[in-house]
Design a binder for this molecule. Structure first.
Ligand SMILES: [Cu+2]
Length: 135
């Protein structure tokens, strides 16, 4: 009866294939490193960010419960925590509650931290998301 054990494996492979196909055209979303506070998720086009190329992004800010957080962004910037050089300004445009779009060109490959600061419901909010550019 060992033959019957193969079926779940086949279904698992099918599910994995369907998942890969389903995600093929979708940009990857990176969860925020801070799970307790507001979450920032960002997806890129092209899907894999590369330095020195204009990229489009879609940013979603949500509260700890996962609901869209209607953040009024005051400052948005990209920094490389491991490096001494300065930050790059980001200019997200609000397209809905907790939803923003924009374009950016990273100056170099590496690990970038994007920080979005502002207010939501009169309270200060900071949301961060990490982006691996060029790797
Ligand atoms: Cu750098």
């Amino acid at each position: 009866m060992r033959g019957s054990n193969r079926r779940p494996v086949a279904w698992l492979l099918l599910a994995a294939a369907a998942f890969l196909i389903g995600c093929g055209g979708q940009p990857a979303a990176t969860p925020s490193p801070d799970a307790s506070g507001p979450r920032a998720e960002i997806s890129w086009s092209p899907q894999q960010p590369i330095a020195l190329r204009p990229l489009s992004y879609e940013l979603r800010i949500s509260d700890a419960a996962g609901q869209p957080l209607d953040l009024e962004i005051a400052t948005a910037k990209a920094a490389m925590p491991e490096m001494e050089h300065g930050t790059e300004p980001l200019r997200p445009t609000r397209v809905g509650p907790g939803r923003f779009t924009g374009t950016h060109t990273f100056s170099m490959d590496g690990s970038w931290t994007l920080t979005f600061e502002g207010t939501a419901g009169g309270r200060p909010v900071t949301a961060r998301v990490t982006v691996d550019v060029g790797r």
